[in-house]
Ligand binder design. Sequence first.
Ligand code: SF4
Length: 134
Amino acid sequence: MEPRPVPEALARRAARADEVEDLVALLLDHAEGPREAAAAVAETLAVACLGDNHLWQDLQLGSRAELSALMTWWFPALVRKNSADMKWKKFLYKQLCEREQLFVCKAPSCAVCCDHALCFGPEDGARRAVAAVA
Ligand code: SF4
């Protein structure tokens, strides 16, 4: 039998394992609910963060609102921290930067930052089709 091609997400996971582990650790530090299930959700979120689209799209969800509901259920402490409603992927990476005391933002405050529109605002778009695995 021919080997099945490695799905894109698994290839990215392997290439960026440290990043995924940092994201999983961040998420689990703010998780509620059964640990094993939270760990599975955290891993899924972390791998989806490696995608090129809005996080909700790479999670195959229907909208950003669904992602916010998922975050509220599993990681309510992170939701409380994201009181300004930053885009979730941006918010998670900003949390990682703050943990490492890395300050890569272009401005001292989001309110005066030229990248404000990249970090906040609507995340519209179409639901992504589920990729077929050959
Ligand atoms: S808006 Fe600017 S300062 Fe705020 S998180 Fe984004 S890049 Fe950083």
